[in-house]
Design a protein around this ligand. Structure first.
Ligand code: SAM
Length: 235
């Protein structure tokens, strides 16, 4: 999987992504990250890439031309049409199903906005997917791109040392994960549930399923309702 990021702050993405599991996956050749600085494609002496919005309004907007040139540079490198994900609060909210869909791609380009956003014309020209990471506003698209790349990466074969961990976890089947425990068996007067020490796989699986349902109902009633509706459809 090759990630390309168009950004004004490449170091922010490079530093975070080269840490921990994604960093190891890059070292092992399962992931590649190419951050490209949009400022390198400015066509003026001051390397400026933003300007005032027509019609007024607060703040500055990123201009279309440097972003378009940056995009053309990346497409030339990849050699074929590629999905371009715009990080934006004006987008479909990212979820695990979208992560799984994006993980099927060989190449993905992220466009990170800054200031008050981006001239709409270049968005219309190059963007295939407008994606938000939630209903709040951040200063830039670098953290959203990192959030998405991180969750997509976990679904790329060989990135996680144990691929089972991404199959049976929260949101993979519409439910939240059951509680988990590690050593010691007793901590601060609190015991690990007896069934987990029993070695009885069927009982353990039944307990985990029940806890998963209980938790989803408690913490995410919206997900629980959806899950129940799906079950009723199947019956
Ligand atoms: N004026 C824009 C609006 O009201 O929709 C917000 C611009 S925001 C200050 C600057 C950049 O941060 C955006 O262009 C986008 O790339 C990124 N951003 C902010 N919040 C985001 C979110 N919830 N999801 C994804 N990207 C976000």
């Amino acid at each position: 999987m090759n990630f390309y990021c168009m950004t004004l702050f490449p170091e922010m993405i490079d530093n975070a992504f080269s840490t921990s599991i994604t960093g190891r996956a890059m070292n092992n050749g399962y992931l590649n990250l190419h951050t490209v600085n949009i400022r390198d494609f400015a066509n003026n002496t001051h390397n400026s890439v933003d300007d005032y919005p027509f019609g007024g309004g607060a703040g500055m907007l990123m201009q279309a031309e440097p972003i378009y040139r940056c995009y053309e540079h990346i497409i030339e490198e990849i050699g074929k049409e590629t999905r371009v994900i715009l990080t934006t609060p004006v987008g479909k909210v990212f979820n695990q199903a979208m992560a799984a869909e994006f993980a099927q791609e060989e190449n993905l380009i992220f466009l990170c906005g800054h200031y008050e956003g981006i001239d709409e014309r270049v968005i219309e020209k190059i963007v295939t997917d407008r994606v938000s990471i939630g209903d709040y506003v951040l200063t830039g698209g670098e953290l959203p791109a990192l959030v998405m790349m991180d969750s997509i990466s976990r679904l790329v074969p060989c990135v996680l040392s144990n691929s089972v961990s991404s199959t049976y976890e929260s949101h993979s089947n519409g439910l939240l994960e059951y509680p988990q425990y590690t050593r010691p068996r007793e901590w601060n007067g609190m015991e690990v549930p007896e069934v987990l020490l029993s070695g009885h796989h069927k009982n353990i699986a039944a307990w985990q399923k029940e806890e998963s349902l209980k938790r989803t109902k408690k913490y995410r009633p919206d997900l629980y309702k959806k899950w129940e509706e799906e079950q009723n459809k199947e019956d």
